[in-house]
Design a protein around this ligand. Structure first.
Ligand code: GLY
Ligand code: MN
Ligand code: MN
Length: 453
């Protein structure tokens, strides 16, 4: 018999029936499996200060930060779960087992809050859910921490998950999301270390891709081969890719977020690879390199590449505490506009006509989310000033569409983006992704070495 829906156990119509004898056999003779003492989440010592900053912004208010719920992919299959970034930042909990869990900050005395985690208890072995429930049964999805274990790993009081009163208010939810985004704008040194780890694994993934180019070039869907090679690195070194990999050959690079990745590679073309490893702590890198698939840039490819590189250099030079976020974008776009005017594509560098060839902005905050802190107000982000500890990308590009009749024929169908990750320091910015060459000569030499090895 299948479970009636009221038990909350997820079974399906083709599950085999079970006899009472089998059920009672399954309920006995299991040894305890305590987690070893002393396991503590890497971020557990940092989360109290993060929660205190949030608490100070909402005195006397009950704050509810859910990890989020599983989403059905099809029938009884769910998408892989990743907890909400704010929940991960406030609790240090980053695992797939966090689905449905909720952090509550309960008002606690004048101005303060007590953090309480509402967690799904373990599947008791006396209840057949542990082997029958496809969604949460531990035989299906793995062991969870019990409440005492979770208290030890997080340092937060834990209670069993029962229906929390929703009490939602859209305006208050929006305000909470905004404050959480803004609190996350400046990374602490541990977070910068995690982002550096993400960048270092991503560097290794780009090297894997170059080594795999001969196989990828021979495959009818070479873009997929590239995506797969990078994905192997991302999944084995970290939690996976921080976003869908863009592996764009030739004119596909003119599609800003080309993630279909179903094309072949042509050795006469460029490959735009935009990819990032997400660490187990959920911090992601976001790096783009545009590579000549033959190992050598053609003169026209080099011409486009060098203009984008000059724009990126100008953007990076504009990064320092106190500079406005918009400044580095403006600096990069000025170089692009002047370059297009020099080529005769634009009559002059004035106005915004250059945007036809570049379109997206030149960077964004980076952290637990790819487009991190996206709920922050304009006055603290887009119109705000850069500050030490912020991590961002600088990623100008030129996307010269294959059907753009304003362009000379030889430029059509070339797309170049160069994207690096930087942390703002006391007097400028540190390039975190400098292990990957950016200059055309540097890229050719790096590819040559990897392909020869
Ligand atoms: N891949 C998305 C971005 O660079 O922002
Ligand atoms: Mn980016
Ligand atoms: Mn990117």
């Amino acid at each position: 018999m299948n479970e009636p829906a009221s038990t909350g156990i997820r079974t399906v119509s083709h599950d085999l029936p079970e006899s009472p004898e089998f059920a009672s056999f399954m309920a006995r003779d299991w040894a305890p499996t305590p987690l070893p003492d002393g396991i503590r989440l890497p971020a557990a010592d940092l989360t109290p200060a993060r929660r205190a900053r949030l608490s100070a912004r909402f005195p006397g208010e009950r704050l509810i930060v859910p990890a989020g719920e599983l989403r059905v992919r099809s029938n009884d299959c769910d998408y892989r779960f990743r907890p909400h970034s704010a929940y991960a930042w406030l609790t240090g909990l980053t695992g797939e087992d966090q689905a449905g869990h909720v952090l509550v900050l309960e008002p606690d005395g004048p101005g303060g809050h007590e953090a309480v985690l509402h967690l799904r208890p373990r599947s008791p072995r006396t209840d057949n859910g542990f082997y029958r429930d496809r969604r949460y049964g531990e035989f299906w999805v793995g062991r969870r921490a019990d409440l005492a274990e979770a208290e030890r790993t997080t340092g937060v009081r834990c209670v069993p998950l029962t229906g929390l009163p929703p009490g939602r208010n859209a305006a208050e939810d929006h305000e909470l999301a905004t404050v959480l985004s803004e609190l996350r704008l400046i990374k602490d040194p541990w977070e910068v270390g995690q982002l550096q780890l993400a960048v270092d694994h991503t560097t290794a993934g780009f090297e894997d891709v170059v080594r795999a180019l001969p196989r990828a070039l021979a495959h009818p869907r070479g873009e997929r081969w590239i995506e797969g090679v990078f994905g192997l690195r991302a999944r084995t070194e970290g939690n996976g890719t921080g976003y869908e990999t863009i592996a764009a050959s030739g004119a596909h690079a003119c599609v800003l977020h080309w993630i279909r990745n179903d094309g072949p590679l042509d050795a006469r073309e460029l490959l735009l690879l935009d990819a990032g490893v997400e660490t187990d702590s959920l911090y992601t890198a976001d790096i783009t390199r545009t590579l000549p698939l033959s190992g050598r840039f053609s003169p026209v490819q080099r011409q486009v590449y060098e203009l984008v590189l000059a724009a990126q250099d100008a953007g990076i030079a504009a990064l320092r505490p106190g500079a406005r976020f918009r400044d580095f974008h403006r600096a990069a776009m000025r170089v692009i506009a002047e370059g297009l005017a020099d080529w005769g594509v634009l009559k002059n560098a004035d106005g915004e006509f250059h945007r036809r060839y570049t379109l997206c902005s030149s960077g964004h905050m980076l952290g637990i989310d790819l487009h991190d802190c996206a709920q922050a107000r304009a006055e603290t982000y887009l119109d705000g000033e850069l500050a030490e500890g912020q991590v961002l990308t600088v990623e100008p590009g030129l996307y010269l569409q294959p059907d753009d009749e304003t362009l000379p024929r030889e430029l059509r169908g070339i797309g170049v983006r160069i994207e690096d990750d930087l942390v703002i320091t006391a007097d400028g910015a540190r390039l975190m992704s400098g292990a990957l060459p950016r200059t055309p000569d540097g890229v050719e030499e790096w590819m040559g070495t990897l392909l020869a090895g």
